[in-house]
Design a protein around this ligand. Structure first.
Ligand code: GDP
Length: 642
């Protein structure tokens, strides 16, 4: 084994990703335990260097020893006594390094490889203190996030405010799309993050991106304070963001606004009406009642907050969402926090960089610039950055590029570090493992439709971790479930979790033959519920979706009075009229519904088998493109062996 860099984890070239922690119960083959110099160790009384010692994650005993004035053997011996067998050139987990540092009384600061160089680059090229001093700050619009329990009307409210019907196209309780829009009210602008639910809010905050100035907490007057309401209150408190309570659904006969006031005051939010300082507004998102008053209150709170930012100069912003778009390449939704972002600016966000090719505002119009609190879609990045990444403007493209490359390098180094051994439990076996008193590890390969939902799912999954159930995300990414994902899951004993994405036929077949479990969800809530249930051995019956047919769209016709018809080629199985369908574009679900009409040539057909062409009538989803896949499926309950 070559000295220096640690060997890759079990199954070289297998599991990768941002997973840093190694499991504490790693077992190694005896041949991997190469001889080390166990005999030379420092006297345990030797002093350790003073002050904070910077150690890169994934360092080996050989790297760490000298930094702490100890030998590799000291560390190996110590870890051996703790029940961990490691070699001198094997990457140590964060826990191991910290444990040893504590043992010898050293203060260590763990950094990702390359983190220091990156910080130096940032300080050199992106220091904006001078600009901030030169250009005076001016008032900027408030940025508002709507939070609250599922079904309490967050989407409806955002919808009512924007006056477009977002709810109709939604898959379920929680809106998955992450974007933002601005409204103008009485000549003043308010920016809304179109991300109802606290998942996205927390995911952003977890990445150090505080973009929200004000939280609107929606509480349904007929339902009252619910678990997610309480969570939202806690998140807003933790973020120190002012909160306005919107008591919704007051049009309902069973609405009881006073009960809501009572309940929120139990959580420390005493309404103004009762002498406290929590602003409460009674609204009906459905009927548009109280919306004006709510917006007025938002502006009042914003005024008190004296929100200001530098309106000119190099821009800085936060990425809300990013994805790859056909024909456009990487597109990132960014909310500008200060300065003026302009077309042609060299930008960097995370490991992505580029020159801004175009800026598109929330109405889909191309704009030349975007100032503070403005959400814009930015075209021109080399790759999609991550939600929560800070976007900065460089003085020239080369600087943007060098920073992006330093970050990419860091990400690669992290990716090459060994990950957890392939000993994960399947979702169904999780409880059994817990009951046997073992620490169960659920290894997961997580795929989602957009960066924002990926972050939200990751965040939610992380929260489920307990002492006896460890969750290891072996790999995560945006896009459909590929054969690669299946292979990775197989190699790492992982369950594949897909959010708004599907496996294609080949990956589905591979998963079946390799015995890899794929679970797909369209609502975050359901995903969490199911994993929580698995942890207590209460997995509800699974309704397996059996794919019955698959057709590829070859052409879309418009027929007067009938609408759009997709000319398709049936690639597999049978397409039957009336069956449930899903439209997929590059593995991502774009629509779900039923087939209304099915034709072979000019005749109506009940079913069309593989190898034939057919026309499929599309009721309300007309936006199909050539190359999209129409998948039909049945739902079947899988008997569970208790
Ligand atoms: P979310 O999960 O919080 O985003 O909730 P939605 O906005 O999807 O709303 C959930 C359900 O409540 C939908 O069926 C809405 O039509 C309904 N709803 C929302 N606001 C109101 C309201 O003010 N009055 C009534 N009666 N129904 C509402």
């Amino acid at each position: 084994m070559a000295p220096g860099r640690p060997p890759a984890g079990r199954g070289t070239g297998g599991p990768r990703g941002s997973q840093r922690k190694t499991t504490r119960r790693r077992r190694r083959n005896s041949e991997e335990l190469e001889p080390t110099q166990m005999t030379t160790w420092q006297p345990s009384s030797a002093p350790v260097p003073e002050g904070e010692i910077i150690i890169e994650r994934g360092s080996t005993a050989k790297d760490v020893g000298p930094k702490l004035n100890r030998s590799a053997a000291d560390i190996i011996r110590f870890l051996f006594l703790q029940g961990e067998i490691v070699t001198a050139v094997q990457a140590l987990s964060d826990d191991m390094i910290e444990l040893y540092a504590a043992e010898v009384g050293a203060t260590v600061h763990l950094v990702d490889p390359g983190e220091q160089q990156e910080a130096a680059l940032l300080a050199k090229f992106f220091d904006e203190d001078d600009l901030d001093d030169e250009i005076p700050a001016e008032p900027r619009p408030p940025v508002v996030t709507v939070m609250g329990h599922v079904d309490h009307g967050k989407t409806k409210l955002l919808d009512q405010i924007r006056k477009t019907n977002v709810v109709a196209g939604e898959a379920g309780g929680i809106t998955q799309h992450i974007g933002a829009y601005q409204v103008s009210w009485h000549g003043k602008t308010i920016t809304f993050l179109d991300t109802p639910g606290h998942e996205a809010f927390t995911a952003m905050r977890a990445r150090g991106a505080d973009v929200t100035d004000i939280v609107i907490l929606v509480v349904a007057a007929d339902d009252g304070v619910m678990p997610q309401t309480v969570e939202a209150i806690n998140h807003a408190k933790a973020a120190n963001v002012p909160l306005i309570v919107a008591i919704n659904k007051i049009d309902r006969p069973d609405a009881n606004p006073d009960r809501v006031l009572q309940q929120i005051s139990e959580h420390g939010l005493v309404p103004e009406k009762w002498g406290g300082n929590t602003i409460c507004v009674e609204i009906s998102a459905l009927q548009g009642i109280g919306i004006d008053e709510l917006l007025e209150q938002v502006l009042l709170v914003a005024e008190v907050g004296e929100l200001r930012a530098r309106p000119k100069g190099r821009a800085m912003g936060i990425v809300l969402e990013a994805n790859l778009e056909v024909g456009r390449g990487p597109v990132a939704t960014v909310i500008v926090q200060k300065g003026l972002l302009a077309v042609g600016d060299p930008v960097v966000a995370g490991a992505a960089y580029g020159k801004v090719k175009a800026l598109i505002d929330d109405n889909g119009k191309a704009v030349a610039t975007a100032g503070p609190s403005t959400p814009v879609r930015v075209l021109g990045f080399s790759e999609p950055p991550m939600a929560g990444d800070e976007m900065r403007v460089a003085d020239d493209l080369a600087h943007a590029r060098s920073l992006a490359e330093a970050r990419a390098q860091r990400v690669r180094l992290i990716g090459h570090q060994p990950v957890a051994a392939a000993s994960g439990a399947r979702l169904e076996d999780l409880f059994e493992q817990i009951q046997r008193g073992e620490t169960a590890t659920l290894n997961v390969v997580l795929k989602a439709d957009v960066q924002g939902s990926l972050e939200a799912c990751t965040e939610s999954l992380r929260k489920l971790e307990r002492d006896d159930v460890k969750l290891v995300i072996v790999h995560r990414g945006v896009g459909g479930i590929t054969e690669n994902d299946v292979q990775l899951a197989k190699a790492s004993g992982a369950t594949i979790i897909g959010f708004n994405v599907r496996p294609d036929r080949r990956s589905r077949e591979l998963a079946e033959s390799e015995g890899v479990e794929i679970r797909t969800y369209e609502i975050i809530y359901k995903l969490i519920e199911e994993i929580e249930a698995a942890m207590v051995g209460l997995l509800s019956p699974v309704f397996e979706e059996v794919v019955t047919g698959e057709a590829e769209v070859r052409e879309v016709f418009r027929v007067p009075r009938i609408g759009a018809i997709a000319g398709c080629f049936v690639r597999e199985g049978v397409i039957t009229r009336g069956s449930k369908v899903r439209f997929l574009r590059e593995g991502t679900i774009i629509w779900k519904g039923t087939i209304t009409s099915l034709r072979r040539f000019k005749d109506d057909a009940r079913e069309v088998a593989a190898g034939f062409e057919c026309g499929i009538g599309l009721s309300d989803y007309q936006d199909l493109k050539e190359g999209d896949i129409i998948e039909t499926f049945d739902e079947r309950e899988i008997p569970r062996t208790a």
